[in-house]
Design a protein around this ligand. Structure first.
Ligand code: SMG
Ligand code: MG
Length: 369
């Protein structure tokens, strides 16, 4: 397959309610939508970098710049296939989210031309997957309990509470006391704690959490290992894991016993599958994280979550939890499950009218000949 060029579109989707984490509050998703054009047709991708470099070092305008100035020229003239994208971009350090978006669009294009779904290509084994919902930091406990009640009533299989110092034990205790021991409950700190908090965090053992996600800085595997040694609650890494090599090292050091896999954070769906394989070989369960994706990323994440090692519910909630109007058809919960798309490629396409309505800028980057 030969690359003609990539169209970059910045889209803005207002969130149905503000999403507050220890990193800040989001009221809208600014996303970068890619359309790869090749001699074999078109494919769509999404870059999950955020406006600001707070969750990770990448940010949207930077990702667009990397794609424009370095990625498109590096792929021009190649006999392009999904499995060769990462290698062709290896000389560019970092920028996993930019690379992932391009690999995703190449995968979509390639698989559409071969009438194969991403789920089949990755090796998904389940037609439907249980999913969870990530609940932001709230102003008060009453609002939190109402929100959790609504999500459990809707059928979500797991509740994840965002935590930070000052909003941790109390909300966890309130949710556990109100909804009982059968509710699968996890917490995510997005790196808000320091090694001095290890004893405090071990106190969460009293509440039967399925896991505690990324309490410490991305590079601080040592503190994650220290918490894991001291606490009964499984430690899960998110921000720390940017490759299969990272995953292998974290498992070896005892820094995690669960891994959150986000294709964008690790450079693409193919590296995500390698992390799944490494984790499975070590008996480490994985689950699919979320970055408030549009329907394009949601479709791809559902395909990934169909792999056998994805044994915990992911942050792949129904569209209505995020957006009133997405750029694709909405994804819905059916009996607490979400269906893995079966059509070729990602299995969804942007709805032209919704895409146009959400688009703020469009740019065509031709592959240099
Ligand atoms: O897509 O449902 C979603 C969001 C899930 O909590 C979520 N994502 O650290 O796991 C995480 C966060 C990252 C995005 S907010 C900074
Ligand atoms: Mg996280």
């Amino acid at each position: 397959m030969k690359l003609d060029g990539i169209e970059l579109r910045q889209v803005a989707l207002p969130l149905v309610s503000p999403f507050r984490t220890s990193l800040g509050t989001q009221t809208a998703r600014q996303a970068l939508v890619l359309r790869v054009v090749s001699d074999e047709g078109e494919g769509w991708g999404e870059c999950v970098a955020e406006d600001d470099p707070t969750y990770c070092p990448e940010y949207l305008a930077g990702a667009a710049d990397v794609i424009r100035r370095f990625v498109v020229p590096a792929l021009a003239g190649l006999d392009l296939r999904p499995a060769s994208v990462a290698g062709a971009l290896r000389h560019l350090r970092g920028h996993q989210m930019a690379k992932s978006a391009v690999e995703m669009a190449v995968l979509d294009c390639w698989l559409r031309a071969r009438l194969t779904s991403l789920a089949d290509h990755l090796g998904a084994v389940r037609p439907r997957v249980p999913v969870g919902v990530s609940v932001g930091i709230m102003d008060d406990l009453d609002t939190l309990l109402e929100t959790v009640d609504r999500h459990l009533t809707a059928g979500y299989a797991r509740i994840k509470l965002k935590i930070e110092p000052g909003w941790d034990v109390e909300p966890v205790r309130a949710v556990r006391d109100t909804f009982g021991p059968a509710t699968m409950l996890t917490v995510d700190a997005n790196t808000a704690y320091s090694p001095a908090d290890i004893r405090h965090l071990a106190g969460l053992d009293a509440y039967g959490l399925a896991l505690v996600e990324q309490p410490f800085a991305p590079g601080d595997l040592r503190s994650h290992a220290a918490l894991a040694a001291r606490s009964e609650t499984p430690v899960c890494l998110d921000e720390s894991i940017t490759s299969a090599a990272d995953a292998a090292e974290a498992i070896r050091l005892g820094a995690c016993s669960v891994i959150n896999i986000k294709p964008g954070r690790v450079g693409g769906y193919l590296e995500a599958r390698r992390i799944h394989d490494v984790a499975s070989a070590h008996g480490v369960p994985v689950w699919c994280g979320g970055m408030l994706e549009t329907g394009l990323g949601r479709a791809g994440n559902l395909a990934l979550a169909g792999l056998p090692g994805f044994t915990l519910p992911g942050d792949i909630s129904a569209t209505e939890r995020y957006y009133r109007r997405d750029i694709t058809r909405p994804f819905v919960l059916e009996d607490g499950l979400m269906a893995v798309p079966t059509e070729p490629g990602l299995g969804v396409l942007p709805d032209p009218a919704s895409l146009t309505a959400a688009t703020t800028t469009t740019e065509w980057i031709p592959a240099p000949s």
